[in-house]
Ligand binder design. Structure first.
Ligand SMILES: Nc1ncnc2c1ncn2[C@@H]1O[C@H](COP(=O)(O)OP(=O)(O)O)[C@@H](O)[C@H]1O
Ligand SMILES: [Mg+2]
Length: 584
């Protein structure tokens, strides 16, 4: 996933800057503190000239006392400045990054399914964890350091000018040199940084696959190949990091070289016989100290550059996600409860990634309250068809009508509120069993309703065996449950929702025949009075459906009741013979 620079650095700065608006007070506290800190550091050096010329050379002992008092004041002010400066700026920076992270997470929630087809979970998690931490570093450490160093350099310059403008001019020769180094190198920093981010994303992606698929990795002896895959991305990341370090060292050495040369020039100029008469020991020492004092901040500015550019590159990639298109939600229809009549009219659909249409010319009617069984070989588009109802994907050809209105006319949440779904892959959250059944909008369901739903889904039987019953925590992904138990929880969740449209996508595939038979009875109960689309592989469900639709390669091959289709002796009859025989 190679990122292109979508924004110019200027735009990114400005946009990041926009986030500080709400926190301007703390930001100002930080700015004032940091400048105070820098100013006091410069004042120290300003003390050198009178210390030598007035106290030691002219033997003014009383002035020595004043200077001692001055140093005490300066030390106290510096501490205050340092504390409030770092605290204020860190506070602001961390707020900004927390806001940015929140916005990124919100984007993840609102992005369409197509986005998730293109990006792996690992990449997206890495963006939230690694990339936004890069912004955090830039927005706190780098900003503080840059600001303090620029202030310090300014004050040092003022100090030097106040001591001897002529000698200071030597110092000014440095400015264009340093500026040139910093600007040429920052582009390079940014480029390497972008590559490091992608590389970190790959590390997360490889890890995610190895961790999630650990059973397969073990049984198919994929340990070596996973290790190799990981080593490759890990090594690439290390190399890029070292390239960053090398670039940084080159730029900081060049700055040091320039500063060193400036000092050589200073020495050459100041020690000429003509100059020796004009310059006191104190003046020279103070200028020399000041000049030495400029080297660390100058060098630090190149470090800051690399941090800043990392932050810019990271912010760029985060803004790209934040700006990407959200799920389309322009509909305004908001009925409390639809009747549930669904009609597909000349519907064709393809995924962005697929070459040929996955669904072609579908014409179907699901009368309100009826049960439609969708059958067909795997890959024929059954799940795709079901997924269009909650508008996971938007279609461009043909239409799907709910109660006679196009799906897009409904508000997205309102549409989804009408649908209960048990999908092929059961998703459970790190919560209690009750919390998993009463999930999302169902969170306020009363306990009795949860128990009723769990009982109807025949989940209560195993829930009661658990140490804390409904209040047992599932842990991540609900790993401690069997496939069949997970499915029963998903069914309970759908039952609790009590929506007019029910979609069951191979909802009972992981259940054994005995468990399934009981659930079938429960489901039959539930299917009453609601429009049900059931993707089925068991004969019993299909036999009792009001109509059976046979999909084949994205087209409706046959439609009718079980008996009609059997009699016809074509696709369904064949399917029946090969897939369902022996189930009766
Ligand atoms: N997110 C996706 N992106 C691209 N192609 C997909 C996606 N999901 C499914 N497909 C493709 O669409 C076809 C139908 O898949 P699916 O609807 O899951 O079939 P079924 O549920 O009938 O087994 C398959 O060829 C599959 O490869
Ligand atoms: Mg499927």
């Amino acid at each position: 996933m190679q990122q292109e620079a979508a924004f110019s650095p200027g735009v990114v700065y400005k946009r990041l800057w926009g986030y500080t608006r709400n926190y301007w007070l703390m930001f100002v506290v930080g700015i004032v503190g940091v400048s105070l800190d820098a100013a006091m550091q410069a004042v120290f050096i300003r003390f050198v000239e009178p210390l030598i010329d007035r106290v030691f050379v002219a033997k003014d002992a009383e002035y020595g006392l004043w200077l001692a008092g001055g140093v005490l004041v300066v030390v106290v002010l510096r501490i205050i400045g340092h504390f409030s400066g770092v605290y204020g700026m860190e506070w602001t920076g961390r707020r900004v990054v927390a806001d940015l992270r929140r916005e990124l997470f919100t984007s993840y929630l609102h992005l369409p399914a197509t986005f998730y087809d293109r990006n792996s979970a690992g990449q997206l998690i890495s963006k939230l964890a690694y990339n936004s931490e890069q912004v955090a570093q830039a927005a706190t450490k780098a900003v503080i350091s840059a600001f303090r160093d620029i202030m310090l350099l300014t004050y040092l310059l003022i100090v030097m000018l106040s001591i001897n403008p002529g000698l200071t001019a030597v110092m000014l020769l440095l400015v264009p040199v340093v500026a040139l180094i910093v600007t040429t190198i920052s582009r390079k920093f940014r480029k390497i940084s972008r590559n490091i981010q992608d590389s970190m994303g790959d590390v997360a992606h490889v890890t995610e696959e190895a961790v999630v698929g650990h059973h397969v990795v073990k049984v198919f002896l994929g340990l070596d190949s996973e290790q190799k895959r990981f080593d490759r991305v890990n090594e690439r990341t290390r190399r890029l990091q070292m390239r960053m370090v090398a670039t940084h060292m080159i730029s900081s050495s060049m700055v040091q070289l320039a500063a060193g040369l400036a000092m050589v020039v200073l020495l050459l100029v100041a020690t000429r016989p003509a100059m020796l008469g004009q310059i006191t020991a104190g003046t020279f020492t103070a200028i020399f100290f000041a000049m030495v004092a400029t080297i660390p901040p100058l060098k630090r500015l190149t470090t800051v550059q690399s941090q800043m550019q990392k932050g810019i590159a990271a912010a760029e990639s985060i803004f790209a996600v934040i700006d990407s298109e959200k799920e389309e939600d322009t509909g305004t229809e908001a009925p409390r409860r639809v009747r549930g009549e669904v009609e597909f009219v000349d519907l064709s659909f393809r995924y962005a990634a697929s070459e040929k249409p996955i669904l072609e010319n579908i014409n179907l009617r699901l009368p309100a309250g009826s049960v439609t069984a969708l059958v067909g070989p795997s890959g024929s588009g059954k799940s795709t068809l079901a997924g269009l109802l909650p508008r996971f994907y938007s279609y461009t050809q043909g239409s799907i009508l709910l109660d006679g209105r196009e799906l897009s006319m409904y508000g997205l949440n309102n549409l989804r509120a009408q649908i209960a779904l048990v999908s092929q892959n059961v998703v459970l959250f790190n919560d209690t069993i009750a919390g998993n059944i009463a999930y999302g909008a169902l969170v306020d369901s009363d306990r009795d309703a949860v128990v009723r739903a769990a009982t109807a889904a025949h989940a209560m039987e195993f829930i009661e065996q658990l140490p804390e019953g409904l209040d047992t925590r599932l842990g991540e992904g609900g790993t401690m449950l069997s496939g069949g138990q997970r499915q029963r929880l998903a069914i309970a969740r759908a039952l609790l929702k009590d929506a007019p449209l029910l979609i069951l996508d191979e909802a009972t595939s992981a259940l054994d025949t005995a468990a399934e038979r009981v659930i079938q009875k429960a489901l039959k109960e539930v299917m009453k009075n609601r429009t049900t689309l059931v993707i089925a592989h068991r004969l019993s469900t299909i036999e009792s459906a009001d109509q059976v639709i046979v999909l084949s390669q994205g087209r409706v091959a046959e439609a009718g009741t079980h008996a009609e289709l059997l009699l016809r002796g074509e696709v369904y009859a064949h399917l029946h013979q090969t897939q369902f025989s022996g189930q009766g």
